[in-house]
Design a protein around this ligand. Structure first.
Ligand code: MN
Length: 306
């Protein structure tokens, strides 16, 4: 079997992407990066934040279209689709200041409603929400069999969204909405009202991010993340008295994700879960995991450029 290089969130950092591909031994021929024995699977989040949105898509898209790479959808591509999809009285993702700001770098290079913008959105629609093979799994944020089961009847035969799926997503109480949020943005764990906190951006929150790859043998406080906010040791001790968050069964094959803006020296998150997002658009690194079929991923197989 040919090897696969899993590449994490790029967010418009095309210079780092080209350097990473070259470091991995890919050569550009007829405008398409390629390798004689390997291919790439991109983890999504190609757009927003970074300096070269268009250049990034001009590298990634030909690789996918020429069979040199596959890609799954990230929450930023999903948000871009929702931002561009009209409803009866607005858009699936409202054009409010916060959403416009988050999407500004992309819209600067793909003016809203322009032919290039429409073309990019229709390409995003061709990205599957996850890839499930016998040997490995790929999803942007959370490997969740229950969410896949809910979504499957609503996806196309290539695992993609349809207009109908988007209209189901509009209903925030629907199973489809929650499943898409879980797999593309990661599961959140509701906290009792006394635990409401303010994250590092000053936004009040009543839910913590669940590190779904952690085992329920760990203390509750070690399984949750508070948007960069630090809780006092007393509060953490109180959290440990709460019931354990929902368990996500440990995968039985390697699972590759992005999304988590990790820092520091790359390594697997758990025995079989690998995150390849090392915050390139916030001064970190663009990361890849060079996989050659090993059932247990190892630290040595990460390759990064900063
Ligand atoms: Mn993401």
């Amino acid at each position: 079997m040919d090897g696969i290089d899993f590449i994490g969130d790029i967010h418009g950092c095309s210079a780092q992407l080209e350097r990473l591909l070259q470091t991995l031994g890919y050569v550009r021929r007829d405008g398409v990066y390629q390798h004689s024995e390997r291919r790439v699977i991109f983890l999504g989040d190609f757009i927003d934040r970074g300096p070269e949105q268009r250049r990034t898509l001009e590298i990634v898209r030909p690789m996918v279209e020429h069979g040199r790479a596959s890609a799954v959808m990230g929450n930023h591509e999903f948000n871009a689709i929702c931002y561009a999809t009209p409803t009866r009285d607005g858009f699936v993702r409202p054009h409010i200041e916060k959403n416009r700001h988050q999407h500004a770098a992309f819209l600067a290079e793909y003016p809203f409603g322009s032919p290039e913008h429409r073309d990019a959105i229709s390409w995003f629609m061709t990205l599957p929400l996850y890839i499930d093979t016998e040997a490995f799994g790929v999803v942007h944020a959370c490997w969740c069999a229950d969410s896949f089961r809910i979504l499957r009847p609503h996806l196309t035969d290539t695992g993609c969204l349809s207009e109908r799926t988007l209209s189901l997503y509009e209903d925030e109480s629907s199973g489809v909405h929650q499943a898409i949020e879980t797999i593309l943005k990661g599961p959140e764990h509701p906290l009792p009202p006394s635990f409401a906190f303010t994250d590092k951006d000053g936004t009040p929150r009543s839910e913590a991010r669940l590190k779904w790859w952690t085992s329920s043998d760990l203390a509750v406080s070690q399984r949750l993340e508070f948007g960069g906010a630090r809780l006092s040791s007393e509060r953490l001790a109180e959290l440990d008295l709460l019931p354990q968050p929902r368990a996500h069964p440990a995968p039985t094959k390697p699972v590759f994700v992005g999304h988590y803006w990790l820092r520091g020296e790359p390594g697997p998150l758990s025995e079989r879960v690998v995150c390849v997002d090392y915050s390139v658009a916030k001064g970190g690194k663009l990361a890849a995991y060079r996989w050659s079929g090993e059932p247990l991923p190892v630290r040595d197989n990460f390759v990064c450029v900063s």
